[in-house]
Design a protein around this ligand. Structure first.
Ligand code: C2E
Ligand code: CA
Ligand code: CA
Length: 584
């Protein structure tokens, strides 16, 4: 085929195609020439022939279609006229080096069209030599792959960038971090990793909808980006979690400056619509530094995460460096969760009861079941420590059912001893509403022929706000069977009156923090009085928690509070002791 292209070349040599090294001179029949010429003319690939000095001699019609140049435009010129400016000198040097060594090169190249636009080509260059080895000509064949490249780029973008914010995604972040760790290792400069979580984002997303949530994430992303340098990487890991890599840090002060800057930027109100009110969020940042807090990706990420958790614990809207103490704390937590798994089997749990007094009659009519863990090495552990771990690990379901079974067994026994006088409050944390139990509490009561009024379920205010079908079904089940429901720790959460009414709540438990300030704080004094007044208007009875003194009791009587509970009467005590207490 090539023979045709060069058939009118100045000399008339017999030709060799290097590489295949086949002498094709003997097949220069007329038929073959005709066929080759037809292929040359009709080929959809552009073909350009340059002489031994790389000066353009021939081009085919496809070449004109693809580049916009006719033969007259380019004949006698160097292919340098197509140069797009996208490749550096080294690129062309390497290309010619390969051509020199192999008589062939193929690869991607960006060329300029006659109209100035830049196109990607897949280019094949072959050298054709005389039998004596001298170069006869170069044949360049190419097709346009701009569209394919654009598609590939899009796929690459989707694989590396977060669709919503345009930030790097987890994949790209991992690549970058791995690279930066290597660079830091060589340069000896510090590298810092920030893990960010937006505080209260979930509430805004749930309340105002995903459009607002998305807009907020986009805006937050651009604010974070505005705080860092070109060489820094900001990525979104998913949800409201962002991560920042700050490489090449020579002064640690810089880390703090950037963290402060990001916190400040994200604390400014977010306003998306003139008519709507502004949204407020904040961010908690956990910081880990290479190499002191970890030398690989996993440990840096883990430690930044622990530091972020600490920042949240310390009150959000702040940053926290990782410390070895955090690692120790995390280890302790892991060990405790591990031990918790065996606590039920090893019979280490005990249900204690704290009496609840009815003020009007001055009689114990209720008690709250409070769980205790007798750890074989650590001794008695309070529920404030292990209930959150049980929730986190999902063990709360098993434990919660065990507590309920214990409670109803005790009630059954006490009813035989003391008659139908005592109601037991059982705490049910929001995590316990996530699954549907195999067996309903009402069924368990029914099986023992116990009436619903034996049980008072203590839930938190936050649970009512969630208002999921599961929560609704559960509360309905309690109601239908005649169990009563209390709102625990009232006043510390989102206290919403309309919810109390809508969910048919029976009791409010006034949080211990109000009771303890009752005598000294005028505000709490007024608050408790108002809560009791309001509850009664809604036909809801009140239980004051944490009563420790006579003065507190007297005030509560004055306000018309219905029930009291606290150390003033009794701490939580084992079932056996509670029985004695009742017998008195
Ligand atoms: P809570 O429901 O608010 O329980 C009242 C807590 O206040 C109990 O702490 C009790 O010992 C303590 N307390 C009672 N009277 C006084 C007082 O006069 N002064 C002071 N300073 N404290 C008093 P405890 O037993 O450590 O329980 C802590 C929390 O653990 C409970 O708070 C409850 O939310 C949770 N919890 C306890 N048992 C269970 C359980 O079986 N299941 C679930 N889901 N949570 C439980
Ligand atoms: Ca409680
Ligand atoms: Ca409480």
């Amino acid at each position: 085929m090539m023979a045709t292209i060069i058939s009118d070349a100045p000399e008339k040599p017999s030709l060799h195609m290097m590489g295949t090294n086949r002498d094709i001179s003997h097949i220069q029949s007329d038929d073959f020439m005709l066929l080759a010429s037809a292929i040359y003319l009709s080929s959809s690939e552009a073909i350009m022939v340059t002489d031994k000095n790389n000066i353009i001699r021939h081009v085919n019609p496809a070449f004109t279609r693809l580049t916009g140049y006719e033969l007259v435009d380019v004949a006698g010129k160097s292919p340098g006229i197509f140069n797009s400016g996208r490749h550096d000198r080294v690129f062309y040097q390497k290309m010619w080096q390969a051509i020199k060594e192999n008589d062939h090169w193929q690869g991607e190249i960006w060329d300029r069209h006659k109209d100035g636009s830049i196109h990607a080509r897949w280019l094949n260059i072959s050298v054709i030599r005389h039998p004596d080895g001298h170069i006869y000509c170069h044949v360049a064949q190419f097709s346009d792959i701009t569209e394919k490249k654009q598609k590939d780029d899009l796929i690459l973008t989707q694989a590396s960038y977060d669709q919503l914010t345009g930030l790097a995604n987890r994949n790209l972040f991992k690549d970058r971090l791995a690279q930066e760790i290597k660079k830091s290792h060589r340069s000896g400069l510090l590298l810092s990793l920030f893990l960010l979580d937006l505080d209260h984002f979930k509430e805004i997303n749930d309340t105002f909808g995903h459009d607002v949530g998305d807009a907020l994430l986009k805006e937050a992303a651009s604010r974070i980006k505005s705080c860092v340098r070109e060489i820094d990487t900001v990525a979104r890991l998913g949800g409201d979690e962002f991560i920042v890599i700050l490489p090449e840090i020579s002064n640690k002060l810089r880390i703090e400056m950037v963290a402060e800057h990001i916190i400040h930027e994200l604390s400014r109100p977010f306003q998306f619509n003139q008519n709507q009110s502004a949204h407020h969020i904040s961010t908690s940042i956990g910081i880990a530094v290479y190499p002191e807090d970890g030398t690989d990706m996993e440990s840096l990420m883990k430690h930044a995460d622990q530091a972020m958790y600490a920042a949240k614990q310390q009150g959000r809207g702040r940053f926290c460096y990782f410390t070895p103490a955090m690692q120790q704390k995390a280890n302790e937590k892991m060990t405790l969760i591990h031990d918790l798994r065996y606590a039920l089997i090893r019979d280490e749990f005990h249900v204690y009861y704290q009496p609840i007094l009815e003020l009007a009659s001055q009689r114990i009519v209720k008690a709250e079941a409070l769980l205790r863990w007798e750890h074989p090495q650590r001794g008695m552990i309070g529920p404030d420590i292990f209930i959150p771990l049980a929730e986190e690990s999902g063990l709360i379901h098993e434990i919660g059912e065990w507590v309920f079974d214990q409670v109803i067994a005790h009630i059954l026994q006490w009813r035989k001893q003391f008659g139908d006088t005592i109601q037991v409050s059982v705490n049910k944390s929001p995590a316990q509403f996530k699954h549907r139990n195999e067996k309903l509490w009402s069924e368990k009561l029914n099986q023992l022929r116990l009436p619903g009024r034996c049980i008072n379920v203590e839930i938190t205010e936050g649970l009512l706000l969630k208002d999921t079908p599961n929560v609704k079904d559960c509360l309905l089940e309690f109601r239908n069977y005649g169990m009563e429901v209390s709102i625990d720790d009232f006043g510390t959460g989102f206290s919403s009156l309309s919810y109390l009414k809508a969910f048919d709540i029976d009791y409010l438990k006034i949080d211990r923090s109000f009771t303890s300030n009752l005598v000294n704080s005028a505000t709490d004094h007024a608050l408790v009085e108002a809560i009791i007044f309001m509850a009664h208007k809604l036909d809801i009875r009140t239980i004051a928690e944490g009563v420790e003194t006579q003065e507190q009791q007297d005030l509560l009587i004055e306000f018309g509070c219905d029930y009291v509970q606290g150390y003033f009467y009794s701490p939580p005590i084992p079932a056996k002791e509670f029985e004695k207490f009742m017998a008195k």
